[in-house]
Design a protein around this ligand. Structure first.
Ligand code: BGC
Length: 857
């Protein structure tokens, strides 16, 4: 049976996948229908039958969709054997409001003094409906964070809404169908507001707060259609009333203090008596920046039980959840009014087994709950989250029972798309840690870390991890949202800030490790690398087109900085950040920064040229191809001796020269040999930082050194990826020596145990070990490349990737010493080019296949 499933509408592009019990299936034609009703009696658009294979990122071709409406769409297809599918299940989404559609006003419960406070405030109003409700949709956002309630029920499952964007230019609103929550007669709507990213503490080490504004505010508009056809609108306006509530204090970094005795029972229902509540203040604030949610929202994803209850040598009671996460603790407690629960959070215990929080810097990560004392009370915080594995129970009114606590894992709601396993458990743990690095750091914005007073969208980290992220989860719209913020934050001259959203520009105090300098290589390059990576992994040409001018502006900006427009040897650089070849106590790796900067400049110029070609802009394509050639020639002149020695004798210099195709052909053997010598000189260990590490194994594998790539990957003594695993890591560390071999720690001023940058090696597990990739010309896995490269003594490895076309699998096993067996699954509407380790090649259509060959040693 042929069925289109998994319908996705993203920014006027449609995707679906085909399921069928047959093999060798391609799509011959499709038909798409859009309507405002699930009966499809009145159509907004009917594509009619289109003879075309496209099933991924198909442009929507109808008239603009009506704002604010619930949109239904469906698709049916005919395959290459002539089989017709029925209509797919109907997919639905709410098309958010356009800026001009807002009649609601921003309303604030805050007084002037509240700018310095971080309490949660309550707002409410009642309204009456004199008819049965046919349909109700609410559109809502806030300055700060909000939780919306209707008639006593929390609306939706989204957390930390409206999320974090470049607020001055883009504030997202969410839309919910709330039909079941309303009723004929009296109704109430209530909201709780918190400080969040908008006005709370950010970039704690430079002590910023009120970055976007001094007061929290709500913007809400609800359209209720009654069964008799009348429409009622409820807005945030001067008729609302407000009050303090039980959230005494909530800050993203510092935690939450909640006094349950101050909870206003029934505050979000119509019967509640709000005497004593005061009128809200209508706030002048534009709605021009308010735009519909365009990324995944943050949600509760998993719940983890306590693994063990530890009493440390200092007598601290510590819960171990067995996994470093981002989220919070939910607990149940019984006690008397006024008694307290106090929790602190940590990622690791120190070498003496003590609770260790020094690396959180100023982030307090503390939960204080005061009981109201009437039976069992259940609590989880509202406007904060923590990065932790261990929780110290500082105060608790009862004997601590592990069952009373659970860890709630939160992150942006994305579907998992990558699975990997092999015969080496340490590598499986590494994969696990990389995946959890993503989970812990894709909390609305791709952050460096989720625990200390930082948690910022560092562009360099996001850039090096992007391809790995696209293997692990469906990050397409996550990056869409973040790239829109990147573009909003981009300076007029094309420069890209260190972090997006940008809360750092011009903020570094004198003497800070980072100067107030212009944008830097490896970080600003996210403007080009991330949209390109999304295009490669998902075939999203729409996003590439959206980002094109921004990509170009970044390259043009570098051109103005570069000497003769070719060698970027000016200004401050972060370089090969935290590489081990740095001077004692320094963060800056030893690789010459002009070499790194020029290498990246060449790399992104090539990607820009390719993007121009994909978008049909051949003039730019050849212009930037020529520029790339010139940069390459200048690079060779400047950084290679006449006989092919690289001026910067570091691993990273050699890696980048090979990875970005900057090594003249004649010098390649020498550069590869020199890289191996450098590796030898450090006893087979890496000394690379953020910019060299991601490409290390890949470069070795692609240059005839597969054995050495595996040796490097499988090292488990310090420093190496697996060293962390021998130290019990459950996520990827910021530093190779976060915990040193003697058990002491790297300096607490910068020592995160959940930093995904070095997890960028995940790509190697999928692309080289299991051998799954997209064809570079037929991106988004339109054509698959299956090319496993076994080694490292592994006896089997398998990976599955949920591509935009469906599930692709590559699974191999070595029987005896040399019999190699490969099982491959190719999704419908694609083909795969399979290359076996003996060099044999096969091109196959959708289906499951077994291949065998003999391995030569
Ligand atoms: C962050 C890094 C970031 C770096 C750049 C650090 O504080 O945690 O991941 O890329 O600064 O300077």
């Amino acid at each position: 049976m042929l069925t289109p499933v998994h319908l996705q509408y993203v920014s006027s592009q449609l995707s679906w996948t085909l399921t069928s019990d047959k093999e060798q299936i391609t799509q011959a034609s499709y038909q798409v229908q859009f309507s405002c009703s699930d009966t499809f009696d009145k159509l907004l658009w009917d594509s009619q039958t289109v003879s075309d294979m496209s099933s991924v990122c198909v442009p929507y071709g109808g008239p603009p969709l009506p704002p604010g409406e619930e949109i239904c769409w469906r698709v049916r297809v005919i395959d290459n054997a002539g089989e017709e599918s029925g209509w797919s299940e109907t997919a639905q989404f709410i098309n958010g409001l356009a800026p001009g559609d807002w009649q609601a006003r921003f309303i604030t419960p805050d007084t002037d003094e509240d700018a310095a406070q971080s309490a949660g405030k309550l707002l409410r109003r009642t309204f009456s409906l004199d008819g049965e409700v046919a349909r109700a949709i609410v559109y809502v956002t806030a300055l700060g964070l909000y939780e919306l309630h209707i008639n006593g029920v929390r609306v939706g499952e989204d957390l930390l809404t409206p999320g974090w964007t470049e607020y001055n230019k883009r504030l997202l609103h969410q839309s919910y169908d709330v039909t079941p929550l309303l009723r004929k007669g009296d109704n109430a709507v209530g909201a709780m507001l918190g400080a969040g990213w908008y006005k709370g503490d950010l970039a704690g080490w430079i002590g910023r707060r009120n970055i976007y504004g001094r007061h929290t505010a709500l913007l809400m508009q609800m359209t209720v259609r009654l069964t008799d056809g009348r429409e009622v609108c409820v807005f945030s306006d001067a008729d609302w009333r407000c009050s303090d509530g039980p959230v005494l204090y909530a800050e993203l970094y510092h935690g939450e203090s909640y006094d349950a005795r101050l909870a206003r029972a029934g505050w979000n229902t119509a019967d509640y008596d709000d005497v004593g509540w005061t009128p809200v203040r209508v706030m002048e604030h534009t709605t021009d920046t308010v735009t519909p949610q365009d990324g995944p929202t943050v949600r509760r994803q998993e719940v983890l039980p306590v693994q063990s209850l530890i009493c440390t040598p200092a007598g601290e009671n510590v819960l171990d959840f067995g996994q470093n996460i981002a989220g919070w603790v939910r607990f149940r407690v019984n006690g008397q009014a006024g008694q307290r629960v106090v929790l602190r959070h940590a990622e690791v215990l120190d070498r003496d087994g003590l609770f260790y929080t020094a690396n959180m810097r100023s982030a307090r990560n503390e939960i204080v709950y005061t009981l109201k004392g009437d039976g069992e009370e259940v609590f989880e915080p509202h406007f904060t989250f923590q990065g932790f594995r261990y929780v110290q129970v500082v105060e608790f009114p009862q004997t601590i029972e592990p069952e009373q606590f659970e860890a709630v894992v939160i992150h942006s709601a994305m579907e998992r798309t990558g699975w990997f396993s092999c015969s080496d458990e340490r590598l499986n743990q590494l994969h696990h840690n990389i995946l959890w690095g993503l989970k812990g750091n894709f909390v609305d914005v791709c952050t460096d870390c989720p625990q200390r007073d930082e948690r910022l969208g560092w562009t360099g980290d996001a850039q090096v991890f992007a391809r790995t992220a696209t293997y692990l989860m469906d990050t397409r719209i996550f990056f869409q949202k973040w790239l829109r913020d990147l573009r909003a934050a981009q300076y007029e001259n094309g420069g890209v800030p260190f972090v997006v959203p940008d809360v750092l520009s011009g903020q570094f105090p004198p003497g800070d490790v980072i100067s107030n300098a212009d944008p830097v290589t490896g970080w600003g390059d996210a403007a080009v690398i991330n949209p390109w990576t999304v295009y490669v992994a998902y075939g999203d040409k729409g996003l590439l087109a959206e980002c094109y001018e921004s990509m170009k502006a970044w390259v043009e900006y570098i051109r103005t900085l570069a000497t003769d427009g070719l060698l970027w040897n000016t200004g401050f650089q972060l370089g090969d950040w935290v590489a081990l070849d740095a001077k004692e106590g320094s963060y800056y790796g030893a690789t010459a920064t002009d070499l790194i900067a020029t290498a990246y400049y060449a790399h992104v110029t090539r990607l820009l040229s390719r993007a121009a070609h994909v978008l049909g802009n051949e003039e730019d394509a050849s212009h930037y191809a020529a520029l790339r050639t010139d940069i390459g020639a200048a690079y060779a002149d400047e950084f290679f001796s006449r006989t092919g020695r690289l001026v910067s004798p570091t691993q990273t210099a050699h890696i980048l020269s090979l990875a970005f195709d900057l090594t003249p052909e004649a010098f390649k053997p020498r550069i590869v040999k020199d890289l191996l010598s450098l590796l030898d000189a450090s006893n087979g260990h890496l000394t690379t930082g953020f910019l060299g590490t991601p490409y290390f194994c890949q470069v070795l594998a692609d240059n005839g050194c597969l054995r050495e790539a595996y040796e490097l990957l499988l090292k488990d003594d310090y420093p190496s990826w697996l060293y962390q695993i021998t130290k019990g890591a459950t996520t990827v560390w910021e530093h190779w020596d976060g915990i040193k071999p003697d058990g002491s720690m790297w300096s607490a001023d910068m020592n995160s145990f959940n930093h995904y940058a070095y997890g960028s090696v995940g790509e190697f597990l999928y692309r080289v070990i299991a051998g799954i990739d997209t064809d570079p010309e037929q991106v988004g896995y339109r054509k698959l490349v299956i090319r496993p490269r076994p080694g490292g003594g592994l006896t089997h490895a398998s990976a599955a990737v949920m591509t935009p076309y469906g599930r692709a699998e590559s699974s191999w096993r070595i029987d005896g010493s040399e019999h190699f067996r490969l099982n491959v699954t190719v999704p419908h509407n694609t083909t795969a080019a399979v290359t076996l380790p003996d060099g044999a090649q096969h091109v196959v259509g959708s289906g499951r296949y077994d291949f065998t060959c003999t391995l030569s040693h």
